[in-house]
Design a binder for this molecule. Structure first.
Ligand code: NDP
Ligand code: ZN
Length: 191
């Protein structure tokens, strides 16, 4: 049973509550890689990047990172996030949630346009999300994607991240390293 946000749980409890909620919601989902990795690996990686590489200790960001794809990819509603984790976490999750009613290309363009207007919390989450996905493009890429498509993904991720800069230099440095490695790896495949 998830604790009420009013009860102010310890940081460990708060994170474990978010992990349990997210793992349950994503339990029947897999990533797009050949091995069909468990989906929950991704939000865990995003939260870990924020904490370990970005030095983030703000529980709102870390919980939002763990929950960041629940509204977009599962039956979770923003109201449900607020009930379990409070209005601030709900707000950050909503900021990084695409409108699924729009066509894919438009959603991708809107991510680029909205990035500079996100809160600092959401900007950091976006950078960590793109870092994880860009890294996956070479370590465990979506099955069947052409080299060109992976390259296009890196270019798009870079445009989104450009709008999120200025909020966490350490995290941005890790992103820069990961995208440089990604471009190098794709160039090596093409050569
Ligand atoms: P997506 O953008 O939906 O796929 C990438 C997303 O999948 C990531 O942002 C990530 O999102 C999630 N994901 C899941 N598994 C992985 C993984 N192993 N590695 C990295 N990311 C993963 O791509 P679409 O297929 O929808 O294509 C989007 C755009 O590409 C469209 O605009 C379309 O027109 C275009 N397109 C291009 C083609 C080409 O050959 N150039 C062909 C077809 C489409 P999350 O963090 O939310 O999990
Ligand atoms: Zn994500």
């Amino acid at each position: 049973m998830t604790q009420s946000p009013l009860a102010v749980p310890s940081p460990a409890v708060a994170l474990l509550e978010a992990l349990h909620f997210s793992a349950t919601k994503h339990s029947d989902q897999r990533r797009k890689d050949k091995e069909a990795s468990p989906y929950i690996n991704h939000p865990i990686r995003v939260a870990q990047l924020l904490a370990s590489e970005g030095g983030v200790t703000d529980l709102v960001i870390l919980q939002a990172a763990i929950l960041h794809d629940t509204v977009e990819d599962t039956d979770t509603t923003p109201e449900e996030i607020e009930r379990h984790f409070g209005p601030e976490v709900r707000h950050v999750v909503e900021e990084v949630t695409d409108d699924k009613n729009l066509p894919k290309a438009e959603r991708k363009q809107l991510q680029v346009e909205h990035a500079p207007h996100l809160s600092p919390q959401a900007k950091q989450l976006k950078i960590a999300d793109k870092t994880a996905n860009v890294q996956n493009m070479t370590t465990s890429p979506p099955d069947g994607w052409s080299l060109e498509r992976k390259r296009e993904y890196l270019d798009w991720a870079d445009r989104v991240v450009a709008g999120c800069r200025g909020c966490n230099p350490a995290l941005e440095a890790v992103y820069d390293e990961v995208i440089a490695q990604g471009r190098e790896a794709l160039a090596a495949v093409a050569a």
